[in-house]
Write a new protein. Structure first.
Ligand SMILES: [Mg+2]
Length: 420
């Protein structure tokens, strides 16, 4: 785990930059506001260019709050356009970094595990950041900023706090420099995941910065914040055990794939079995498309006019797989073991649970090869503790799905001829 290097890359005033560049304007010298003017002067500015920030205009202010003597262009928000540019930027990362080492955090922010690529490209972390930032600038015109850190938390704080103070827009933090530069930083709400609510509760104990958090007894913090105290204490010490692989696994684990259908007429035992196999076929296809593997099956059968209570059950596979042969064989066996013969069937549902990212599933097995299954599960759970609180806030998974689709769409466009 030692010597990890993460990058966190963010687009400067993303929406406003996209709109400015689209109009041939320079976000650093031209004034532009992204807001819906049809909503009147009370509408919120979704974004403003850095040029306007330099004039003292607050991000997310209301239109009427902009001083009257400042001339600016107003742009209607176009989420679809921003999503497309975001997907374009994701495509740029993919040229250098594999998807398993990228975590899309928001529409204009990504975490990258740079560790394996520094040797590969013979670059320092900063040089790799510059390579990516230059590519983004050259292809989209947008100025990116970057944080470099020895864990995900430090990379994020390096981006949010340190990068703002340096002319090259690249911040760097390891545990030592973090303690030196951020332990006494105020306000504490500049620190990722520490909002006004947490800050207020810390004030009760006379704590106004991260150093203060390190000086409080853990019992007090656990009493005040419950299990969230764990990451507060970790972060105050510059520690973050979560990796991008953990996040991806958590995302995969946190949902299952399922499919169900109501049959239009009564189906006999053998006919319903054929329908079930078709459904399994589709579900496994979806599994493979999403690069996931499963080791848990669910089956549910409903009967005509409820003459029999629903049947079904679940089955555990010996290993994670996306093999149709294995999965359909187990489903057929589960069907035969649980479905009542001679009663007409009207409803079928199947599911695959305990999903893992196919790329990381085998890694994990290697990692825990000498441990027994229970310990394996426990360690994994522990590694995953708190991921949702820390990384799941922005409905990231939906974002990733969108990215995959839209990069696919962009590629189709490049190939051409696939309209509609
Ligand atoms: Mg941004």
């Amino acid at each position: 785990m030692a010597d990890k290097v993460y990058l966190c890359i963010d687009m400067k005033s993303f929406f406003a930059s996209v709109e400015a560049i689209d109009r041939g304007l320079d976000p650093f010298t031209d004034n532009l506001v992204v807001a819906d003017p049809s909503r009147g002067s009370g509408s919120v500015c979704l974004a403003i260019t850095p040029a306007m920030k330099a004039l003292g205009v607050r991000n997310r202010c209301r239109v009427f709050e902009i001083p009257k003597d400042i001339k600016y262009v107003t742009a209607m928000p176009r989420m679809k356009k921003y999503m497309e540019v975001s997907a374009q930027i994701y495509g740029i990362y993919l040229r250098y970094i594999s998807a398993e080492d990228i975590h899309v955090y928001s529409i204009d922010e990504c975490f990258l595990d740079a560790t394996p690529y520094l040797k590969m490209y013979k670059k320092t972390p900063k040089e790799l950041a510059i390579l990516l930032m230059d590519a983004i600038k050259a292809e989209t015109g947008i100025c990116a900023t970057a944080g470099i850190g020895t864990n995900l938390f430090l990379a994020k704080v390096a981006l949010d706090v340190t990068a703002k103070k340096v002319p090259d827009h690249i911040g760097y933090l390891d545990i030592d420099s973090f303690k030196k530069e951020l332990w006494h930083h105020r306000p504490i709400t500049d620190i990722w995941n520490i909002g006004g609510g947490i800050a207020k509760r810390l004030e009760k104990y006379g704590v106004y910065d991260l150093y203060g958090v390190t000086q409080l007894a853990p019992e007090i913090l656990y009493k005040e914040f419950g299990t969230n105290a764990e990451y507060l204490i970790d972060h105050a010490n510059g520690v973050e055990p979560c990796t991008i692989a953990d996040i991806h696994n958590y995302q995969a684990k946190s949902h299952s794939l399922s499919n169900s259908q109501i049959l239009f007429e009564d189906y006999k035992y053998d006919d319903a079995l054929i329908v079930m196999q078709e459904m399994v076929d589709n579900l496994v296809l979806e599994l493979v498309e999403k690069n996931l593997v499963s080791d848990e099956l669910f089956l549910g059968i409903g009967y005509s006019k409820d003459v029999h209570r629903p049947t079904g059950g679940s089955r555990k596979l010996p290993a994670h797989t996306s093999s149709f042969k294995t999965i359909v064989r187990e489903f057929i066996q589960l069907y035969k073991d649980t479905t009542v013969k001679g009663v007409p069937i009207r409803r079928l549902s199947i599911g695959l649970g305990h999903l893992l990212d196919a790329d990381t599933a085998h890694l994990q097995l290697d990692l825990f090869a000498d441990l027994d299954a229970e310990k394996k599960e426990k360690d994994l759970q522990h590694a995953l503790l708190g991921i949702k609180e820390k990384f799941g806030k922005n409905a990231v998974l939906r974002g990733i799905n969108y990215f995959e689709k839209s990069t696919g769409r962009a590629r189709n466009k490049m190939v051409g001829g696939h309209n509609g």
